[in-house]
Design a binder for this molecule. Structure first.
Ligand code: G1P
Ligand code: ZN
Length: 557
């Protein structure tokens, strides 16, 4: 691809804003959470630049404004930070707050945008996707409320990227982002900020740090697996320094460009080291983990990984133990595939429970209008109205606060919750790397069956309704359709099918399985056993094995 360099403005002898010709790429459509591609794709000439220019082109009124910039430290983070700084300067941005060493977790970006009333922010992350030179990279724009840009903006960026012919960039030398302080590129101020400080301050306002500190003093033990990703510096500062947990409480606490080869997705499959620790006879009292950009969390009791759907429900039921939520919650929001455990809590609290499509961006309006206080997704994401992203460490601190306030273990808290509300057995089965054409055909065939399913008996379950989920935002009226095929049975069991919007290779089919059990004597079955009949029904109805040739899912969470 040829690149024509055209210098249009010259400011001084050695620094100038350039307008460079570029060729559009057809594939820059943001998915569930920003644009994610292989590092090698982002390294193509103009690839990152085109996308960044498209963002600046569609943002109305960003001239002279402040934006926040940081990423999860994965391979290509540093290079991308320098490119974006120079492009921001060339596009008339007034000031950039950039995390030291280019590091800001996704929740920290959201926190900083809100605290300093920034115009928006750019997050460099592919979340839990593997890192390293042959791993993934990603970029996402967040708006002034601190949350991911709504589809209206992401679609405009995509449309712009398809027709882009040039981008603007300063040819200033690289900025030193290793030290705190202020410098300039062209007319733009660059302030390198402490990556952790603002976030840590907010956590201290929300949770009872004294009570948690005392619990650690009394000998409470925990392990937090940061999976060699960006959560490490946050967890070490907050859990070890501020809360006084012994050094070594945080495992894999140094962020590495390739996450040390880990797959930084906190679930029992990828965090197997933590799971083994929590299964051992001398297990710590509490285990937790966060993902690549520290917005996901996993909570683990002794021999008990807590399902994220249950975690949301339990936090909602006990929210008032934390100082930040002592007045109670206004409502709960969960993504459609997330189990309905939270709905039962909302009902008992007399607050609404909203069901949104998958992806954090759908929670923004509900949080902004104070209709929901807590929100969560089955994919290890939980958070609240304190920011507009999911927040891994926030959830872990909430669980610490809950244990400190009640003097009860995770296992006891979970068992008591199930005894009161019933248990929603829940599991997600992923079939990764399916041929995209076949995966789309499978979904189409399912959609075509929907009308005939109602009233049918599948195994021992009768279909109450079957549809392709569509959502109308109650605040702005925007509609999102084709958000997942759901089959809901009369006994509240559910099977949901959807294709992943974050993968970078082929298609991933996600099958979500849920069954409600009120009887406490039946609350201790192995999850896959409890769901066995639904698993068989899902395979039968979607013909998964026949289409994919896979007899088992590639990942079960
Ligand atoms: C996945 C999760 C979804 C989450 C997203 C970003 O998206 O399922 O809940 O919001 O990652 O972390 P998916 O790949 O299913 O589109
Ligand atoms: Zn993430």
């Amino acid at each position: 691809m040829s690149r024509k360099r055209t210098r249009i403005i010259s400011l001084g002898a050695d620094v100038s804003i350039q307008t460079l010709a570029t060729n559009a790429y057809p594939d820059q459509q943001p998915g569930t959470s920003g644009l994610r591609k292989k590092v090698s794709v982002f390294q193509q000439s103009g690839y990152l630049e085109n996308f960044v220019q498209s963002i600046f082109d569609v943002l109305d009124g960003c001239t002279g404004q402040t934006i926040v910039l940081g990423g999860d430290g994965r391979f290509y983070n540093r290079e991308a930070i320098q490119i974006i700084l120079k492009m921001a300067a060339a596009n008339g941005i007034g000031k950039v707050l950039v995390g030291q060493n280019g590091i800001l977790s996704t929740p920290a970006v959201s926190c900083v945008i809100r605290k300093y009333h920034a115009f928006g922010g750019i997050v460099l992350s592919a979340s839990h996707n593997p890192g390293g030179s042959d791993g993934d990279f990603g970029i996402k724009y967040n708006i002034g409320n601190g949350g991911p840009a709504p589809e209206k903006i992401t679609e405009a960026v995509f449309a712009r990227s398809k027709g882009i012919t040039q981008y603007k960039i300063s040819d200033a030398p690289d900025i030193n982002i290793n030290h705190l302080g202020t410098s300039r590129i062209e007319n733009m101020q660059v302030e390198v900020i402490d990556s952790v400080a603002d976030y840590a301050e907010q956590m201290q306002q929300l949770f009872d740090f004294d009570a948690i500190r005392n619990m650690f003093k009394r000998g409470f033990t925990m392990r937090f697996d940061a999976m060699s990703a960006v959560g490490g510096p946050y967890a070490r500062k907050i859990i070890e320094d501020l809360l006084g947990a012994p050094r070594g409480t945080v495992l894999h606490g140094i962020p590495l460009e390739d996450f040390g080869g880990h797959h930084p997705d906190p679930n029992p499959v990828n965090a197997e080291e933590l799971i083994a620790l929590m299964d051992a006879p001398n297990a710590p009292d509490f285990g937790a983990a966060s993902d690549g950009d520290a917005d996901r969390n996993m909570i683990v009791g002794r021999k008990l990984p807590v399902s994220p759907s249950d975690s949301l429900a339990i936090l909602a039921a006990n929210a008032t133990v934390a100082p930040g939520y002592k007045k109670g919650i206004t409502g709960i929001a969960r993504s459609m595939p997330t189990s309905t455990a939270a709905d039962r809590v909302a009902k008992s609290l007399g607050v609404p429970c909203f069901e949104t499509p998958t992806g954090w961006k759908f929670f923004g309006n509900l949080l902004d209008t104070n209709q929901a206080t807590l929100c969560g997704e089955e994919s290890y994401g939980t958070s609240s109205s304190h920011i507009r992203e999911k927040d891994g460490l926030w959830a872990v601190l909430f669980w610490l606060n809950l244990q400190a306030a009640t003097d009860k273990s995770v296992n006891t808290l979970v068992a008591e919750h199930w005894a009161k509300f019933g248990r929603n057995y829940y599991s997600r089965h992923d079939y990764e790397g399916i041929d995209t054409v076949k995966a789309n055909a499978l979904m189409d065939r399912l959609r075509n069956k929907l009308d005939s399913l109602k009233g049918q008996k599948l195994g021992s379950h009768v279909v109450a309704m079957a549809d392709d989920f569509s959502y109308t935002d109650p605040v702005d009226g925007s509609t999102s359709s084709k958000q997942g095929v759901r089959i809901i049975f009369t006994d509240d069991a559910r099977i949901v099918f959807r294709l992943s919007g974050t993968g970078t290779v082929g298609a991933t089919l996600r099958v979500y399985l849920e069954k409600y059990e009120a009887d406490p004597s039946r609350h201790n079955l192995p999850t896959q056993t409890a769901l066995a009949d639904l698993i068989a029904i899902a395979n039968e109805i979607a013909q998964i094995e026949a289409v994919t040739g896979m007899t088992q899912p590639t990942v079960i969470t």
